[in-house]
Design a protein around this ligand. Structure first.
Ligand SMILES: *Cc1c(COP(=O)(O)O)cnc(C)c1O
Length: 448
């Protein structure tokens, strides 16, 4: 099993080449009983011909993957990994490029840290800022909030059962609420103004609370997932400073806008973040699964996350230059999942990234104009980033659902409806630089 197998290598490399060459179809969801039948008996004491297994993958399983990286995938948050990033990702696996500790993986960690430094510079975070890559925004939010909680407990002399709360708006991503529940921190809800969390609203909520002293932090969003709204980061940062709160910024989707000159000023205040999350597997064109987690003061994360086991002692020295990614999140073993982005950035340069991000922003603005000029459509709000919410005048929930299913069945596009202020509306999420206005026009025409 561990001997080089030229035939197997050729098979898999040919399949890889085919996937890179051919633009993915949108595909269709699979059916559980059919898949069960296809897989029945496949794994037993004896193996199978690798060509047959690969064929089963290519013909039966891969086509059930809805291609989030298709330029016609316009739902949720799409993906669009660069060819360079995808190819290097295969090398990361082949090289067993793990990224647990400096002792075992100094080169990969140095390269990952180069990318983290780039993101920290784009955000305007200080020289000491640093962190690691984790599997996704949810994992990054969880690890950041653990650090916020433990830091507050230590500074305030609180025990593990003392009540602490974290300020959030109802527009925060569901993973924030999840993470707080997991770590036993209550939410301190702050009403958003027009779906945007502001410093004034945070101050007002704190002042209206009978005892806000147990509020330890605030989670702001730099690009809400549904509508792409960037919270009042500067105002929230100032309020957080005045009330001694940890300032967390969730830019899982929107953080990429830091590279886009046309929207960069909307992120003013992000430089004050105590922790910042950006998902390269979303708008920084990296393959799944990759989220960047940055701390203003990484020592606080180390204090919260360093695992204490005697077999790990060799990893931890007093040398601060020896960076152990395992010390900055709730993980230990990890692949060096920041490397595909590192390779692609090194190959293409940051300007190409900025231009690719601007394309989605430009398309969102053009789509807003198209919606305004289409009599049967109404724009729900001006897009701030690359998500466009709009309604088809007079449509019921059922009509949106049928329309969405019809679009996918015809492989025109994948456009899932969304909820907005209790109403079902249509939503485009742009990200792929090759999504065209023609595709948008094609979709809009199906709503006539
Ligand atoms: C997507 C998203 C998340 C969750 O990220 P995953 O990578 O899916 O875990 C968190 N916050 C925001 C704002 C997001 O858009």
């Amino acid at each position: 099993m561990h001997t080089y197998d030229p035939a197997l290598t050729d098979l898999v490399v040919a399949s890889l080449r085919d996937r890179l060459l051919n633009r993915p179809r949108l595909n269709h969801p699979g059916e559980a009983d059919k898949l069960d039948r296809i897989l029945a008996g496949l794994i037993g004491p004896e193996g199978n011909d690798p060509a047959a297994v690969l064929r089963l993958w290519e013909e039966q399983l891969a086509p059930t993957v809805i291609a989030v990286d298709s330029p016609r995938f316009l739902s949720f948050v799409p993906a669009a990994p660069t060819q360079a990033a995808v190819l290097f990702d295969t090398l990361v696996s082949a090289a067993s490029a793990q990224g647990v500790s400096w002792l075992l993986a100094s080169g990969p960690i140095a390269a990952e840290n180069q990318v983290l430094r780039l993101l920290a510079d784009l955000a305007g975070m200080p020289d000491e800022a640093g962190g690691c890559f984790v599997s996704g925004g949810s994992a990054a939010n969880l690890s950041a909030l653990v650090t916020a909680r433990d830091t507050a407990r230590r500074r305030r002399g609180l025990g593990p059962y003392d009540r602490v709360r974290f300020a959030v708006s109802d527009q925060a991503h569901s993973s924030i609420g999840n993470a707080l529940r997991i770590i036993g921190v209550e939410t301190f809800p702050v009403p958003a103004e027009d779906h945007r969390l502001t410093g004034d609203a945070l101050r007002a909520a704190l002042l209206a609370d009978p005892d806000p002293s147990d509020v330890i932090g605030v989670a702001a969003t730099a690009g809400t997932t549904n509508a792409g709204i960037i919270d009042d980061l500067a105002g929230i940062a100032a309020a957080a400073r005045d009330f001694g709160l940890w300032f967390h910024v969730d830019g899982a989707y929107g953080g990429a806008g830091l590279l886009a000159p046309s929207v960069r000023d909307r992120y003013r205040g992000v430089e004050h973040a105590d922790s910042l999350v950006v998902d390269p597997h979303k708008w920084l064109f990296a393959p799944l699964d990759c989220a960047a987690l940055l701390y203003r003061d990484p020592r606080l994360a180390r204090a919260a996350h360093t695992q204490d086991a005697s077999y790990l002692d060799a990893l931890h020295t007093d040398d601060a230059a020896q960076w152990n990614p395992s010390d900055y999140a709730h993980h230990l073993s990890r692949r060096a999942r920041g490397l595909p982005l590192w390779f692609s950035l090194a190959v293409h340069g940051t300007r190409a990234y900025g231009e690719a991000i601007e394309r989605a922003l430009t398309l969102a603005r053009a789509t807003a104009a198209l919606v305004r000029n289409t009599p049967y459509l109404e724009l729900v709000r001006e897009p701030e980033l690359s998500a466009v919410l709009f309604r088809r005048v007079g449509w019921t929930v059922g009509e949106y659902t049928e329309w969405s299913a019809r679009l996918l069945a015809g492989q025109t596009a994948f456009v899932a409806p969304t909820g907005w202020e209790g109403e079902t509306v249509a939503r485009f999420a742009f990200l792929h630089p090759e999504t065209s206005l023609e595709t948008v026009e094609e979709v809009v025409a199906t709503m006539a």
